[in-house]
Design a protein around this ligand. Structure first.
Ligand code: AMP
Ligand code: MG
Length: 414
């Protein structure tokens, strides 16, 4: 990647171009580990998983009822069959079933030899050891076949898959206790700014509380990385430089917030031109115009804007996919939907807006989106109320109420 610390004079970068540049400059971490499946939750699978068994492993009943031969359904409408035994889940009936006979069978129990159809118990009348039923049933119904879900020898999960609760179930269903995963990346972050006070401190004139430290902590925590919180660093060159160097040594990615806009960018850029290969970009997006991205030694670095909404928007849009690549994830894109705007949304052409919205479904089943109100990059309540970003394209002006817009639903990290 070429370094360009002077790009405030260059044209704005589009969001898509920025995403591409980030993607092509981040490799997955190389260390992998063997983990018990429970410990692997939230990690990324490092190799394909092949099943050594069929799931289900045997033919079994999908219902509580009676296992019969379908050829018995070809007779008249009042069929009578002798109940000759029972098959429980885990305690199968050992013998075979012939015409004129049936087996009482429970859900999940093995089908006895000979039987190919299950009649729900609600559809039979039982008197002693005889059941009566009509012939309005389909041959083969209510039977689950071996390998219906997973075939022996098939690839069940591919490398690069995020391990979810469903995957824990899937892995356990094929008897797999341990898997190979990528180690969780360590992400170090700190806030910069002389005006920032930590919780518990008193606010002096012009001071504010450091909220980015908490939003970033929350988002990183939900991204299943190891979080290294380096706190607030004052706007002092040596201190920022030392902290950046230390962070880059101990972490797989470093984030800072604040100090990346024009006023202070020279400061951070001065340090980074000595110790890193970092681009200072102006992104054609609102909120979140200033963004620094590059490497300090080999460690990827993001200099996020200082404004509380900007930091969340850029973390969601750029840092989340970047951490996905670092974690070895194959899929790291955001879900995009279309919804009807319920409001006039003010917008000036020139940058892509990521306004905060509340996505809902109306009584007709259509998706609608409501604004959260004031959209300034310092209005953190707009993030708290929202459940999606409303994306208004770069060249677009105002959006009228009733127009269809693109929305990105918050995906668990916001
Ligand atoms: P900067 O990019 O440092 O010029 O900051 C832009 C704006 O974001 C300023 O109003 C800062 O006070 C504010 N800001 C910067 N860092 C934080 C933070 N950690 N928490 C809350 N606000 C911040
Ligand atoms: Mg600052």
């Amino acid at each position: 990647m070429t370094t360009n610390n002077n790009c405030f004079k260059t044209p704005l970068l589009t969001v898509d171009k920025t995403l591409q540049m980030i993607k092509s400059n981040i490799n997955s971490i190389s260390t992998t580990q063997t983990q018990l499946i429970r410990d692997a939750l939230g990690h990324t699978l490092a190799e394909d998983v092949v099943s050594n068994i069929n799931v289900p492993p045997h033919r079994n009943s999908a219902m509580d009822g009676y296992a019969i031969l379908s050829t018995d359904l070809n007779t008249d409408n009042n069929i009578q069959l002798n109940v000759i035994g029972t098959s429980f889940a885990g305690a199968p009936y050992e013998g075979a079933v012939n015409n004129g006979e049936c087996i009482r069978i429970m859900t999940g129990a093995m089908m006895p030899d000979g039987a190919d159809t299950v009649i729900m118990q609600e559809d039979c009348e039982r008197t002693d050891d005889v059941i009566s039923l009509n012939n309005q049933h389909k041959a083969g119904q209510n039977v689950r076949h071996p390998g219906e879900d997973i075939q022996q020898g098939s690839v069940v999960l591919t490398a690069g898959k995020h391990i979810s609760p469903a995957d824990l179930g899937l892995l356990s269903s094929i008897g797999i206790a341990e898997i190979q995963t990528y180690c969780k990346p360590k992400v170090a972050f700190f806030s910069t700014g002389d005006e920032l006070k930590s919780l518990g401190e008193d606010l002096g004139p012009g001071d504010i509380y450091d909220s980015n430290r908490y939003t970033l902590f929350g988002m990183l925590q939900k991204m299943d990385v190891e979080v290294i919180d380096l706190g607030v660093i004052a706007d002092k060159k040596e201190l920022i430089q030392q902290t950046l160097e230390k962070a880059a040594q101990s972490a797989d990615m470093v984030l800072t917030s604040g100090g990346a806009s024009v006023g202070e960018a020279d400061y951070i850029s001065e340090i980074l031109s000595d110790i890193g290969q970092v681009n200072f970009w102006k992104i054609a997006m609102k909120p979140g115009k200033p963004l620094a991205f590059g490497h300090i030694n080999q460690t990827p670095y993001f200099g996020l804007p200082g404004n509380p909404v900007s930091v969340m928007a850029t973390c969601y849009l750029f840092v989340q996919p970047a951490i996905g690549y670092l974690k070895g994830l194959k899929q790291s894109e955001h879900l995009s939907l279309k919804a009807t705007s319920l409001n006039l949304l003010k917008k000036v052409p020139g940058r892509t807006d990521f306004q905060r919205g509340i996505l809902k479904q109306n009584e007709k089943g259509e998706l609608t989106v409501d604004t959260t109100g004031m959209q300034g990059s310092h209005i953190l309540t707009s993030m708290s109320k929202a459940n999606c970003f409303i994306v208004i394209p770069q060249d677009s002006g105002n959006v009228e109420a009733g127009e269809v817009v693109e929305v990105l639903p918050f995906n668990g990290i916001l």
